[in-house]
Design a protein around this ligand. Sequence first.
Ligand code: NAD
Length: 286
Amino acid sequence: MKRAAVVGAGTMGNGIAHVFAQHGWEVALIDSAPAALDRATATIKGNLERQVKKGTLPAEAPAQILGRIRTGAKLDAAAPAEIVIEAASENPAVKFSLFEQLDRIAAPDAILASNTSSISITEIAAHTRRPEQVIGMHFMNPVPVMQLVEVIRGHATSDAATATVMEVARALGKTPVEVNDYPGFVSNRVLMPMINEAIFCVMEGVATPESIDTVMKLGMAHPMGPLALADFIGLDVCLAILEVLQRGLGDDKYRAAPLLRKMVAAGYLGRKSGRGFYDYQQKREP
Ligand code: NAD
């Protein structure tokens, strides 16, 4: 396999295209917003140049790697791909429609993967006529740096498709871990309740955000405290994932802290809005 298509050229899509092209794949990078494609190309170029400066890539590599990435707005560019990785916006209607179209466009034996953080792979697969070839390939941000790929088997995903995707992830220099499709998979099912509990601690006045993050960093050897991580992920994204967990697993132990709801309502979304548990405008950062 050497031809991939990546649909969605935002934060995750550009990183996924970067990693595939770096490992010798021809990549079609597709986004409905032309500005996103320009930004993605600039980001990939900048990140490749940083790798050259660090000595992890030879000086001639960025031009060759960029030469393997073709950008465009049309989904038809996914037709020759052996694997398609969808990394479009986290909206079920968007993903269901994309998979219906990709099912028509992609070769019959192509694998259709989604990078979704929380939408059911089984449900996405049900919008295609090839549910056994639909799978989750959950890369972590930033993709060129992070080692893990959580490989998510939908209810109908075949052993053969799973084995192929595990192999592809290894060929990209990543460490894949196979999990089954339940809300939040493993990553967010374990991470989000911890973040939520840290938010309850702030709300109940147990300790300040700085103190909570220090306990988790120095006491539990976490590289980043849960509240700094929540700001990095986006508080609106954390709230949406907690709602998926509460609804999908039918258990109120996942109910979002009222303080989280209040902060999202106030527009305190974390780094991207300049303010969350920390203030990024005043540089009062963790
Ligand atoms: P993003 O908003 O940065 O990028 C999404 C891109 O998809 C945008 O450029 C948008 O123009 C494009 N898009 C939307 N609808 C489209 C369509 N119909 N056809 C083609 N392009 C379309 O989002 P992101 O943070 O890169 O997230 C993408 C996916 O990855 C989501 O499913 C998200 O849950 C998942 N994810 C995100 C992170 C993260 O840390 N950001 C981590 C793991 C997984």
